[in-house]
Design a protein. Structure first.
Length: 502
């Protein structure tokens, strides 16, 4: 006797009911997440097309409302072809980023969650204006049909674009709490400006305060390339999809065509290892054989490691430029580690340590000044659960002459990967993976060594300076008495002596 009712819900309905998993739990967090998702979409739209980003954000309170805000984000990115605008902003899990390339967006829902949240709390449509530069400006007013996960076009307009400008404007209302989200938003923008020294960002907040983050360079890091999946990282889902779509006539051709860095020789060796006939038609594999194939692919150790061309690091030079611009430290060292792999996903760790200047010691005991980034996104929540914190706590910092809880020292860690192992969907902290831990540890130790050299040199200089100060004070008297004792009227030139001491 079963009276269970079964039904399926649309992805939009699912996220509407479970919005906390995407980080939209309350008005404070939602205010921060909305800005973050829109800025990240704008940045992706610029960087993948080698455009130097120029972003303008205006958040204003709707007069006479209790807590309704309007967000306006404008960028000079690639723009969106007009027929893609409605699904890109009105259909959850619709994205241009389902590729193996490093981007900020991951699930095809960030921007839409923000819009959905706005719609749920205010019932206003979102306005999107965009042009790719090749045609007119298209303005759409859209709402999301939550039950059917479809965009509803409320209105549509065209504006001429004679100068062929490109970019996107997104504007909508939501129920928020800027006062309590303010600190986090400013920190997020400041850290974004740190990791992207080539970004010009303007933010006008609801109090009318203007925040300007100006670029200090026009150099962009190389954009990430798209790659095929690596055989070690493949799962059953991907494999099934590839087999059903492939036009390959044999297993050997299938492996070469659809996987990253698999040539004829590697494919032959692997098929021998997996005990699969190289001339088999891929579509003739039964489910058990596909399962066996996916396990063999994951376990085979002799595939070439993935190429890191699909990753886009900032590079030590730009990282230093960004940190100098936003924190003005007296010393900073940065390194970019060589590429490495976890579970078939390539990744690169970059780290920097900055000391002194505008960096203050951590605010309370047990705290560490740790700034984390993943694929050029600052991560602000849950630092204590992050793999970087674990590694920092493990290193014996006294060997590097610093007390990380008391000295004005800050750590910056950036992880780039086609798949960042986030622990939650809210993209805030990174899970421990031994390969990643290892890279972070060595990156930090390398910077630590350079900090140690600097601090030792600084301490020596200080002793010297103190000695000079004492000499400077007493040398004139000694010179005077000595010449009197010697019965000479001319005093010796003690400045020469001080110069010599220097
Ligand atoms: P995701 O970023 O995970 O792909 P979003 O819902 O945030 O998901 O965005 C959906 C798609 O809309 C993106 O993949 C992108 O193609 C497009 N898009 C969103 N914002 C912009 C923008 N500012 N400029 C250009 N394209 C954008
Ligand atoms: Mg996005």
């Amino acid at each position: 006797m079963s009276n269970e009712k079964f039904k399926s819900i649309s992805p939009a309905d699912f996220f509407y009911k479970n919005r906390e998993i995407a980080g939209f739990d309350n008005p404070v967090k939602a205010t921060y997440m909305i800005i973050r998702e829109l800025v990240e979409n704008s940045l992706d739209a610029c960087e993948t097309h080698k455009i130097i980003p120029e972003i303008f954000i205006h958040l204003r309170k709707i007069p006479k409302s209790l807590n309704v805000y309007e967000i306006h984000v404008q960028d000079n990115g690639c723009g969106i072809p007009f027929d893609y605008i409605p699904p890109a902003f009105g259909q959850i899990l619709y994205s241009s980023k389902y590729t193996l390339r490093q981007t900020r967006g991951t699930f095809g829902m960030g921007g839409k969650m923000a819009i959905l949240y706005g719609q749920i709390t205010t019932h206003f449509p979102v306005t999107v204006i965009s042009s790719t530069g090749l045609d007119d400006w298209h303005l759409f007013k859209l709402m999301i049909d939550i039950q059917n996960n479809k965009p509803i076009i409320k209105s549509r307009k065209l504006f001429p674009n004679p100068s062929h400008d490109h970019g996107t404007i997104v504007e909508f209302r939501f129920e928020g709490d800027y006062i309590r989200a303010k600190q986090r938003i400013i920190e997020y923008l400041k850290l974004t400006a740190t990791i992207l020294p080539y970004l010009n960002l303007t933010f006008i907040d609801p109090d009318g305060i203007l925040y300007l983050f100006n670029r200090s360079t026009k150099i962009l890091p190389k954009p990430p390339l798209e790659i095929l999946p690596h055989p070690n990282g493949v799962d059953m889902e991907t494999l099934n999809r590839l087999i059903s779509e492939t036009k390959a006539k044999s297993m050997i051709e299938f492996l070469q065509k659809h996987f990253h860095r698999v040539g004829k020789r590697t494919a032959m060796k692997f098929l021998k290892y997996a005990n699969i006939d190289p001339s088999r038609l891929p579509k003739s594999l039964n489910p058990d054989e596909i399962l066996h194939l996916s396990q063999a692919m994951r376990n085979y150790k002799s595939f070439l490691p993935p190429d890191s061309q699909c990753l886009s690091t900032i590079g030590a030079d730009l990282l230093i430029k960004g940190i100098r611009k936003e924190f003005n430290p007296e010393f900073v060292a940065a390194v970019t580690r060589p590429p490495s792999v976890y579970e078939g996903h390539p990744f690169i760790v970059e780290a920097a340590i900055a000391y002194g200047g505008n960096i203050s010691p951590p605010q309370s005991s047990g705290d560490v000044n740790l700034f984390r980034f993943a694929n050029k996104i600052p991560l602000l929540y849950d630092a204590y659960n992050d793999v970087s914190m674990k590694v920092i706590k493990k290193i014996k910092w006294w060997r590097y002459k610093v007390d990380i809880e008391k000295d004005p020292v800050a750590f910056f860690i950036h992880i780039c990967s086609t798949k960042i192992p986030y622990k939650t969907i809210g993209k805030e902290y990174i899970a421990d993976r031994p390969e990643i831990e290892y890279e972070i540890e060595w990156a930090l130790k390398n910077c630590g060594k350079r900090l140690r050299t600097y601090l030792i040199r600084k301490a020596k200089m200080e002793i010297k300076k103190r000695r000079l100060l004492v000499l400077e004070r007493y040398l004139p008297y000694i010179a005077k008495f000595a010449s009197e004792l010697a019965g000479k009227s001319n005093m010796p030139n003690y400045y020469e002596l001080l110069k010599y001491m220097d």
